[in-house]
Design a protein around this ligand. Structure first.
Ligand code: SF4
Length: 361
């Protein structure tokens, strides 16, 4: 019997664009350039080259009734070109659940698409780049959780949302970067195990010192681990020398010395809101200690001109997905682009997320 092979991936940059007229492509390119608002990196010519892709993707979404969500760290051609909603992983999973469409396309890394499947088990969840992992999520397996639980059987296991479905299924409660302090404080008992982020684990240990013992794991986000307190101090000195009132905004996946040097700490969405608020009151000299996608969004959505200093860091996993991958998954998804989880994993991982919703109230 002949074995049916899945279609090969679409070649990037080699599509037949002839189905759209010059007028349609120019109009779309103008829309993209105006939305992205970074004319040096995303010029009109660059937007002309991606316009046929965004036109076809947006058409297919309508024809096939697909809700396309993208994490903030995706590139601007995705977030402003084709996404119906852009936010952080927690907000997006809730949107995936509440959307009337029966098919969700999640442009992001694998664990986020899995989280969408856990909260919407009866929907089809498409993930265009199956190879897009995450250094935090990949740092821990379900067996690691079983091993650590066996060592401390009396303690609840708390997992950060950046974990696979199998890991969530082994844990008692899930947390996000905006609710982890609150939820861990509320858990009964005088100790807990926190996995997999060692930096957030350290913040927790400091926050709960004298009240709870916190056992931590050794995973880290390779993007946020790249920042140091010393880099911030250097930039503060330079800024002060030229009379700049630098505001430093950091993500809690960074090390403690980074957070101690920062003016504000919050999850991606909260960082973005704070940056826009600061800009609106005239504080335009900002240093964003997070992934470059958040900086791209702040630049696109600020009504004021901003002076962003220092360098953001790109996540190679988040930047894996390109418009061609999305188009492929919409046209004719390969089996590995459709999230498929065992029912028992969905049920147990769902309990872990439900406990978060209950304790976050
Ligand atoms: S930014 Fe860090 S936590 Fe987010 S996907 Fe990349 S490696 Fe994972």
């Amino acid at each position: 019997m002949a074995i049916e092979l899945p279609p090969p991936p679409l070649q990037r940059g080699r599509l037949n664009h002839s189905k759209y007229s010059e007028f349609e492509i120019e109009k779309e390119a103008k829309r993209l350039k105006d939305a992205i608002k970074q004319p040096f990196r995303w010029s009109f010519e660059t937007c002309m080259s991606i316009a046929p892709l965004t036109l076809e993707i947006n058409q297919l979404k309508q024809d096939k009734d697909v809700f396309l969500i993208a994490h903030s760290y995706q590139t601007p051609d995705i977030t402003y070109g084709v996404a119906d909603s852009v936010a952080d992983s927690y907000a997006l999973s809730k949107e995936a659940r509440d959307a009337p469409q029966k098919t969700i396309l999640f442009s992001s890394v694998r664990f986020m698409a899995e989280t969408a499947k856990i909260v919407s088990p009866y929907k089809t969840v498409l993930h265009p780049s199956p190879e897009a992992g995450c250094s935090l999520s990949d740092a821990i397996t379900a067996q690691d959780v079983r091993d650590i639980r066996a060592k401390y059987p009396e303690l609840p296991v708390v997992c950060y949302i950046n974990t696979s479905a199998e890991v969530k299924a082994e844990c008692d409660v899930c947390v996000t970067s905006s609710n982890y302090l609150k939820i861990c404080e509320r858990l009964p008992g005088d100790g807990l195990i926190f996995v997999p982020d060692r930096f957030m684990g350290k913040h927790l240990q400091n926050h709960l010192a004298g009240k709870k013992d916190v056992i931590i794991f050794d995973g880290e986000c390779e993007v946020h681990a790249a920042f140091t307190g010393e880099k911030i101090r250097t930039w503060r000195r330079r800024a002060r020398d030229v009379g700049m009132d630098l505001q430093v905004l950091s993500h809690p996946e960074c090390d403690t010395d980074v957070l101690e040097e920062s003016d504000f700490v919050g999850s991606s969405e909260v960082l973005m809101e704070e940056a826009l608020r600061l800009a609106s009151i005239g504080k335009k000299d900002l240093m964003m200690i997070t992934e470059c996608g958040t900086t791209d969004r702040v630049l696109a959505e600020s009504k004021q001109d901003l002076n962003i200093v220092g360098a953001c860091v790109m996540c190679r996993h988040m930047k894996t997905t390109q418009l061609e991958d999305i188009l492929q998954a919409l046209r004719d998804p390969r089996p590995d682009q459709i999230i498929d989880l065992e029912l028992s994993v969905i049920e147990r991982a769902s309990n872990c997320l439900d406990e978060m919703f209950r304790l976050a109230e």
